[in-house]
Design a protein around this ligand. Structure first.
Ligand SMILES: Nc1nc2c(ncn2[C@@H]2O[C@H](COP(=O)(O)OP(=O)(O)OP(=O)(O)O)[C@@H](O)[C@H]2O)c(=O)[nH]1
Ligand SMILES: [Mg+2]
Length: 323
């Protein structure tokens, strides 16, 4: 993921190296190249536009501050803007004041909802919770069984009173699962729902009914990071149709260009909570915008240098003030 974008960015920054001053023409040329690199990575156009606007605005001041040379300052600005696009700070899960906390998963078919349900359950169990997995996808063949297998692997109970494969009412299952959780002292309920191939009014209506039945503390939209420009339309449809409170990026282990990952936060207005990075239950982590931004830049050493230069400069300034 992000390999091409990383390569492009480091190529762009290499050209800036050694420049003592950045002219407006330098800044414009750099911004243009970064714009192309983001578009090629499939980042949504409105996201690219606002990114480039902020980059240009801030870079014009790059000749002013003194701790860093102009190239370093542009790298620093791009890094900070990437963090912003990815959501700034990591956001923790919202827990209910009165357990159980209810987490509902929504997303297109194959986006990774059921896999995420298992991962989340295992992770939460590792944090000392007693989660309950709820099989509310009664449509897709084998969906209930898939969740049962994952639950077993995670060591977490699965509430599956209906056989699925087209039999049973997912809304009733979701509603009953809350009572079940209360009776059995489960403090977190994770509701797996059915996906569809594309945006589909019937699916949205079902998801909205499940939402109303369980009143979730989190509605997590799971999006396959491999999908390109379609990601934006899908994210908007779920935002408007179901209402979402957070996003999980799945399949970040793939070699896609990464545009969905960079667009979804700004398009939905909701934070990316977790990243899914493989098929195994362990391939999962809290999403940290700053770490992801550094990975995209692929310039860990340069970023460290920038930080050191700033610290040295600050110390120097302080010394001058007190002298
Ligand atoms: N490489 C990779 N594969 C994943 C990841 N997450 C899920 N998968 C795979 O993607 C496929 C679909 O995942 P599911 O969890 O079944 O997706 P879903 O959203 O529940 O799909 P539906 O139930 O059909 O709506 C499965 O083969 C998973 O093993 C991931 O992070 N990386
Ligand atoms: Mg599923």
């Amino acid at each position: 993921m992000f390999d091409t974008l990383s390569d492009r960015l480091s190529g762009i920054f290499t050209k800036l190296r050694g420049k003592g001053r950045l002219t407006d023409a330098d800044i414009d040329a750099t911004a243009r190249e970064i714009r192309l690199a983001l578009l090629e990575a499939d980042v949504a156009l409105p996201v690219v536009k606002s990114f480039i606007h902020r980059l240009k605005e801030r870079s014009r001041g790059a000749n002013v501050a003194q701790a860093l040379n102009p190239a370093q300052q542009v790298i620093k600005i791009v890094h900070e803007e990437l963090i912003t696009v990815l959501g700034g700070e990591a956001r923790r899960l919202n827990f209910a004041k009165q357990p159980p906390t209810v987490i509902m998963l929504a997303g297109l078919q194959g986006s990774g909802k059921t896999t995420l349900a298992g991962k989340l359950a295992k992770w939460l169990k590792g944090q000392g919770s007693q989660p309950l997995l709820v099989a509310a996808d009664l449509q897709r063949p084998n969906a209930v069984n898939q969740l049962q297998v994952l639950g077993e692997r995670a060591g977490v109970e699965v509430f599956a009173p209906q056989p699925g494969n087209g039999v049973g009412d997912p809304i009733a299952v979701a509603r009953e699962s809350i009572e079940h959780a209360k009776r059995h002292m489960r403090d977190i309920v994770i509701v797996d729902t059915a996906g569809r191939l594309g945006i589909d009014t019937e699916m949205m209506a079902q998801a909205a009914s499940i939402r109303d039945a369980v009143e979730p503390d989190e509605i997590i939209f799971v999006i396959d990071a491999m999908v390109g420009q379609d990601a934006v339309a899908t994210a908007e449809a779920f935002r408007d149709g179901v209402g979402i409170t957070g996003v999980v990026l799945s399949k970040l282990d793939g070699d896609a260009r990464g545009g969905a990952a960079l667009s979804v936060r700004e398009v939905t207005g909701q934070p990316i909570l977790f990243a899914s990075t493989g098929e195994k239950l362990e391939d999962f982590d809290v999403f940290h915008p700053d770490r992801m931004a550094s990975r995209i830049l692929g310039m860990g050493d340069v970023l460290t240098l920038i930080e050191q230069a700033e610290q040295a400069f600050d110390a120097d300034q302080k010394e001058k003030m007190t002298a």
